[in-house]
Design a protein around this ligand. Structure first.
Ligand code: GDP
Length: 311
């Protein structure tokens, strides 16, 4: 294990991949890995990127990787798909757009699903981020599919959250419904080459205008891009850097990371409790209690007390 961690620290892609697999599968040796990586916490800037399918996330991610590499930064990409039962190469096999980066030693690309991990992706993703951070990435892009609750959760792991929109997808409205507006630090109106892009841009600016902000608060940036042509990507990078400066200047970076750590610790603790509960009773106690609750012999609170007794 120490050798594996040491090689990952040197940036060996196979070792990094193995550590992320361990995270995904909830490997028991994770405690040791986490202990070794703890001192690198906070070394990387974590950028979340979310938006509806087809909006241009993987195209944009690919272009962002290219732009960040041009500025000499090492980049990690975690493509997170909460609904996919596949891991590893399964999704990335389709990600032809990413292939130009697969031979670049300064880039790690990895897809993740929730298989095997207690607490699902909201528990596994921060650990994978820590692995990439430990491997020396300067920026880690966490790309999530869709705009549901899972995406909001994963996006909230980031220092900076990008929400992609495209014209004519009703995205601006959807974003409001899904609570995306609150988590976005930067909106990217992609497919700016398409009709309706200006209207989408105005919609989102209009909605942002309605929000209350105190002096010194971050006003979400809205950037237009045409990812297929690589246009506007430098503006997106500039907005990311600007947000990073703001985070540091205001102390918000520390606050966000502490909040994140709290969520992370709680998720691990709850997973541990659940596992201990299962060990304690080998499964039958809950069903026995359930029979008694259903029959009205005892109330559910008393049953729950019974279940956790001895933890
Ligand atoms: P994702 O599902 O959000 O990852 O979206 P993709 O990056 O796979 O892009 C979906 C489709 O939109 C692909 O056919 C892209 O080529 C296309 N696309 C991405 N960006 C743009 C853009 O800026 N303009 C136009 N016209 N098409 C784009």
């Amino acid at each position: 294990m120490p050798a594996l961690i040491a090689k990952a620290r040197e940036g060996d892609p196979r070792s990094v991949a193995r550590l992320i697999s361990m995270v995904e599968n909830g490997d028991p040796a994770l405690n040791e890995v986490a202990a070794a990586l703890a001192k690198h916490a906070g070394d990387a800037q974590v950028v979340g990127l979310t938006g509806s399918p087809g909006v241009g996330k993987s195209t944009t991610t690919n272009e962002l990787v290219r732009a960040l590499r041009r500025s000499g930064r090492r980049v990690g990409v975690l493509a997170v798909d909460p609904s996919s039962p596949f891991t590893g190469g399964a999704i990335l096999g389709d990600r032809i757009r990413m292939q130009e980066h697969t031979t670049d030693p300064g880039v790690y690309i990895r897809s993740m699903s929730s298989r095997g991990q207690l607490g699902g992706l909201s528990a596994a993703t921060p650990q994978a981020v820590r692995v990439l951070e430990g491997a020396g990435c300067d920026v880690i892009l966490v790309e999530t599919v869709g705009v549901g609750q899972a995406e909001v959760e994963v996006a909230s792991l980031a220092d900076t959250t990008l929400v992609l929109l495209a014209p004519g997808m009703g995205d601006a409205i959807q974003a409001v419904k899904a609570g995306i507006l609150e988590i976005a630090d930067i909106f990217v109106v992609n497919k700016a080459d398409r009709p309706g892009a200006d209207a989408t841009y105005r919609d989102i600016q209009g909605m942002l205008g309605l929000g209350e902000r105190a002096a010194g608060d971050w006003r979400p940036q809205v950037v237009r891009a045409t990812a297929v042509k690589g246009e506007g990507i430098d503006d997106v990078v500039a907005a990311i850097d600007k947000h990073r400066d703001w985070l540091e200047k205001t102390g918000e970076l520390g606050r966000r990371r502490e909040h994140r750590a709290a969520v992370e610790v709680e998720a691990i603790a709850l997973g541990t409790l659940r596992a201990r509960l299962a060990d304690l009773h080998d499964g039958t106690a809950l069903s026995d209690l359930a029979v008694r609750v259903a029959a009205g012999e005892i109330d559910p609170y008393a049953a729950a007390e019974e279940l956790v007794k001895g933890l």
